[in-house]
Design a protein. Structure first.
Length: 301
């Protein structure tokens, strides 16, 4: 009988064949070796399976239906055998000591660990996307507790997963919600800046404006329900919503200054401002909806 691996690496895929090979090659180069890889693909194409054929160590699942990323992760977790559930994406490349750093943080007593996000490419738009998504997870930020980690670089031990999981299948912001649930149940996420993955971003500015609006809308509605916000709290967030981008941009500047990203922050500021406004408007739209009886009942069902 084969012994279970210490860690299970979970990867969702959807038309991911152009970046997947680099992702898997980076995992093959890890200094920590006691792990399995579980990949769930839900795109109806043969290219992803062809890439995986060159990596026989990967346990490949082809979904017959389209799955959103967190739904695919939940499928993989059901198959996972490791003590640690480690999440990354097919457009990420892990540094060779990535797993070693994550496991070391777990061994130090942290049940939920998030690693740092580095940028693979460097246009102004890509820098703005990266800062808008991951400013508190830059490699130069100090290790410590953080409220939210992302599934491009995250690890949960079984106790934390059993307490807070699974992901919300139909929500793109399910990783943030899972981390927040874990914190309320005694498993506060820990940021480990030395556990680094490199991430790439594709798409136009218009696409990301729409994405930030929709993610803000989704996150605000789900968070208000998950944390049982009162109408007064929702109303307060609506009133202050347009000031939030300025606060977040100030925090982004602080993290960028500590991480050697201040030049990137300055040169991509306009895009960041637009993305932050899109997120806040999305949040406010969801909160206005929640203030109506129809909105509250619809989201609590």
């Amino acid at each position: 009988m084969t012994l279970a691996p210490r860690a299970s690496i979970v990867i969702p895929a959807y038309h991911s064949h152009t970046t997947l090979r680099q992702c898997l090659e980076a995992l093959r180069a890890q200094t920590f070796r006691d792990f399995e890889i579980l990949l769930v693909n839900s795109s109806n194409e043969p290219e992803t399976a062809r890439v995986v054929q060159d990596f026989p160590e990967v346990r490949f699942t082809q979904s017959p239906v389209r799955l959103l990323p967190h739904a695919a992760r939940n499928v993989a977790v059901q198959q996972a055998r490791g003590d640690f559930l480690i999440f990354t994406d097919p457009d990420c490349r892990a540094r060779p000591d990535w797993l070693e750093r994550l496991i070391s943080s777990h061994n130090a007593g942290h049940s939920v660990v998030g690693g740092a996000m580095e940028l693979s490419n460097g246009t102004a738009l890509e820098r703005a996307i990266h800062l808008s998504k991951f400013f508190w997870l830059l490699p130069g930020v100090t290790a410590g507790r953080c409220p939210v980690i992302c599934t491009a670089n995250a690890s949960y031990n079984r106790a934390a997963w059993n307490a807070a999981g699974p992901f919300d299948d139909e929500l793109f912001t399910g990783d943030a919600l899972l981390a927040m649930r874990a914190a309320t149940r005694g498993h506060a996420p820990w940021f480990e800046p030395a556990a680094i993955v490199e991430h790439s971003h594709e798409g136009t500015a218009r696409l990301y404006v729409r994405q930030f609006f929709r993610r803000g809308q989704e996150f605000a509605a789900a968070r208000a329900v998950q944390e049982a916000w009162s109408r007064w709290r929702i109303a307060a967030h609506v009133v202050t919503g347009l000031f939030v981008p300025l606060l977040i941009l100030a925090r982004t500047a602080s993290c960028a200054a500590r991480s050697g990203w201040i030049s990137a922050f300055i040169t991509s500021f306009f895009y960041q401002l637009v993305f932050r406004l899109a997120w806040s408007v999305g949040e406010m739209a969801a909160q206005v909806d929640l203030l109506t009886s129809r909105g509250i009942s619809a989201h609590r069902k």
